[in-house]
Design a protein. Structure first.
Length: 287
């Protein structure tokens, strides 16, 4: 494998670049992340997945948003990373563990296509509703069904952590314009010390929920695994759906299951887009 080798893949239109910390010869600084993720000056991506060493799991993973900030967990990112590990010979196992900033997750490769990982299930850990652990400052032990007012609109918010913070807004109508206008305002609202991911969610049936996503540090996103997990958890918490759900997004669908102890399992497909080597003309500016 050449130095600065990368792989770019997507999970339902949510795309990430995979790099190996031991195989790059430049510091992955905030500026490097921003440039590599920029579609004009770099490759273009919703973020970077950096393979690292781990003493607690089979592999370590750091997840970076395109603005250079670090995310605790990403469902689509995890599935992309798991495919990268299997497809490029880091492991021949179909079950293994990955340590993220948001906790250790268990990976299962369910289906191969031409010898490459295609359908992947990830145990995403537990949904956490305690306000101080999300974190959200709302004055109650849990922040479920709370009202906030931003500019001229009132929103009923439901907050949960699935390894990273989420704010779910249940609505009868999904409006992309509202998501893009109010998403960044909610993301940075004062009650969220670490900012938050934002989802607008519409119940289609007891088994299907459709969502639109404003991702912390990334903006409007076609799909998100952790957002799907957060929405499913809130729907079950509010008694609006069954525990096994299909989450529909502009980028595609994910299957999410929530057990009685709030453990979350997520299943979905991943596809490689391209692979290559970062040019010395690009990486030399980061040294």
């Amino acid at each position: 494998m050449e130095k600065n080798f990368f792989v770019k893949s997507h999970g339902l239109g949510n795309d990430y670049i995979c790099l190996d910390e031991e195989n790059i010869d430049f510091p992955l600084s905030t500026q490097a992340i921003k440039t590599i993720c920029d579609i004009h000056y770099g490759i273009g991506s919703d973020g970077i997945l950096l393979k690292t060493a781990s003493e607690k799991a089979d592999f370590g993973l750091r997840i970076f948003n395109p603005d250079g900030s670090e995310a605790e967990k990403s469902g689509n990112g995890l599935r992309i990373f798991i495919k990268f590990l299997y497809d490029y010979g880091y492991t021949d196992k179909k079950e293994f563990t990955v340590e993220t900033k948001g906790g250790i997750v268990k990976a299962n490769i369910d289906e191969l296509e031409n010898g490459k990982a295609r359908i992947i299930t990830v145990d995403m850990g537990k949904a956490i509703f305690k306000s101080d652990q999300i974190p959200v400052i709302c004055g109650t032990e849990e922040c479920i069904g709370k009202k906030i007012k931003i500019k001229d609109k009132e929103f009923e918010i439901n907050c949960v952590s699935v390894g990273n913070p989420h704010c779910v807004i249940i609505t009868d109508e999904l409006n992309e314009k509202i998501v893009k206008e109010y998403g960044p305002l909610i993301e940075n609202y004062e009650i969220f010390p670490n900012r938050t991911n934002v989802q607008f969610a519409k119940v289609i049936s007891p088994d299907i929920v459709e969502i639109r996503i404003w991702e912390r540090g990334a903006g409007y996103t076609l799909a998100s695994g952790s957002s799907s997990c957060a929405v499913a958890s809130v729907m079950v918490k509010r008694g609006l759906t069954n525990r096994n759900l299909t989450i529909k997004m502009p980028g595609g669908e994910l299957k999410i299951s929530i057990d009685e102890n709030w453990n979350i399992r997520m299943t979905g497909e991943v596809q490689e887009i391209c692979s290559g080597v970062l040019s010395p003309e690009l990486t030399s500016q980061f040294i």
